[in-house]
Design a protein around this ligand. Structure first.
Ligand SMILES: Cc1ncc(COP(=O)(O)O)c(C=O)c1O
Length: 431
């Protein structure tokens, strides 16, 4: 496979963009090799600058549930573009989109639109702190909620400790307000609540997608809900990735659980920068201009992004079997990968919900970040490179989630399984 253009593009980009990329994971740091510079995408495929085609299981890290350049979304955008790009004044479309989301989210009465998942979770935290008049938050090791200071925190020397900044530049005066607990371990959360009487909220990815794919246990989420109520803390469910990906009603629907605040992103913008946070009216009405909690954005509710969101959600609603069909492909893919790996004595843990899936090169079941970290990342890197050479684009890290889009079908999935089998065979005989 010729990738000369990508090599040249990467070298040139590195001269003017730190690491050559505008978001770190794109640099292929944990799998090695040259990141592909993408020229275009159509349906299930992306094409690099050398015109190599890849079956794309990244789908822009989640947003593109209908695949690349979907014609319905594209025509909504073409229409919207003619009316102007941005007004900084309210539009009817914003209410339409918010109503669409609220009608499908069982915990949300009011919602505000922002431009990124980072903004959505950051704003939800500020609101939770204002509503409870408390400062500390509890998050989980391995969960990612964007890169705001309070959330860019990892566990200290053990879990259930006050966190330490996971990036230079995050003041320890801020990270000391973040307690870090272990995913799927309710005792670690209880320990956090014992340690601090000042907890404003617990924030969680209900289907964790940023330590690889690790679903929360149902009992764990219910116990969290109860603990939050007992301690007058808000429960924030981060559906930026799982919303409209795992199912029509997201993880809230799958687990039949209520949050005080919910964050959305990715799919609701159909590939454009759009995200949202919402919840009970009494909490949301604390936002300026009704209340005193400040939050704003020049491009919040941008009409082009909102039009892509409305088109995407309308298309989703028009397809009653969409999530069953996507989940069936995810199931076939993950089982096929697991069987193929087994043929060559490579242990592989797999899981899926709706159109989200993941696989770990790991002999044990993965329930939390400690388990995930036991995975064979060198094996993942080899597998990733071999699949890439065969035209299959998986996430460039073991600790990410894969996404099925509706432009995929059984034949594509079978082709991928066959290529995975060949890759496992090569890895097996290379030793
Ligand atoms: C669960 C979750 N929350 C928040 C974010 C941050 O979203 P963004 O990258 O749009 O800022 C992400 C990004 O991947 C995410 O997966």
């Amino acid at each position: 496979m010729e990738i000369l253009h990508s090599i040249n593009d990467f070298n040139e980009a590195k001269q003017v963009i730190p690491g050559g990329v505008n978001s770190p994971v794109r640099a292929f740091g944990s799998v090695g090799g040259t990141p592909r510079f993408i020229a275009r995408g159509k349906g299930a495929y992306i094409y690099d600058e050398d015109d190599n085609a890849y079956i794309d299981f990244v789908q822009s890290w989640g947003p593109l549930i209908f695949g690349h350049a979907d014609e319905f979304v594209e025509s909504a955008l073409t229409l919207a573009l003619k009316d102007g790009l941005s007004f900084g004044a309210p539009t009817e479309k914003e209410t339409t989109l918010v109503k669409q989301i609220i009608s499908l989210a069982n915990s949300v009465e009011k919602m505000r639109l922002v431009s990124s998942g980072t903004e959505a979770t950051m704003s939800a935290l500020r609101l939770a702190r204002a509503f409870t008049n408390k400062d500390d938050i509890i998050k989980f090791e391995g969960c990612y909620h964007g890169h705001s200071d309070s959330l860019l925190v990892s566990a200290g020397s053990g879990c259930a400790t006050f966190g330490t900044p996971s990036s230079p530049g995050v003041p320890s005066d801020i990270s000391k307000h973040t307690l870090v607990a272990r995913y799927n371990d309710i005792d670690s959360v209880k320990a956090c609540f014992e340690q601090s009487k000042n907890v404003a909220c617990v924030i969680i990815e209900p289907l964790a997608g940023n330590m690889g794919f690790v679903p929360a246990d149902r009992e764990f989420l219910y116990a969290l809900r109860k603990l939050c109520d007992e301690h007058n803390a808000l429960f924030i469910i981060d559906e930026v990735m799982s919303g409209f990906r795992a199912g029509l009603n997201g993880a809230l629907g799958i687990y039949n659980i209520e949050a005080d605040l919910v964050t959305y992103g990715k799919v609701i913008g159909g590939g454009l920068p759009l995200a949202a946070f919402g919840g009970r009216a009494e909490i949301m009405d604390m936002l300026s201009p009704v209340g005193g909690v400040y939050q704003a954005g020049t491009l919040s509710g941008n009409p082009i992004a909102v039009s892509a969101g409305i088109a995407t959600l309308s298309l989703i609603k028009s397809k009653p079997h969409l999530y069953d069909e996507l989940e069936s492909l995810a199931k076939t893919l993950t089982q096929g990968l697991q069987n193929a790996a087994q043929e060559y004595e490579i242990p592989l843990q797999v899981d899926y919900r709706g159109s989200m899936f993941g696989f770990f090169f790991n002999a044990g079941v993965v329930k939390n970040f400690d388990d995930a970290k036991k995975s064979d990342v060198a094996m993942y890197a080899k597998f990733h490179q071999k699949m890439l050479e065969k035209g299959v684009y998986f996430a460039c890290s073991q600790f990410e989630t894969g996404f099925i889009c509706s432009a995929m079908n059984g034949a594509i999935i079978e082709e991928v399984i066959q290529k995975a089998r060949e890759s496992f065979k090569e890895i097996h005989f290379e030793g």
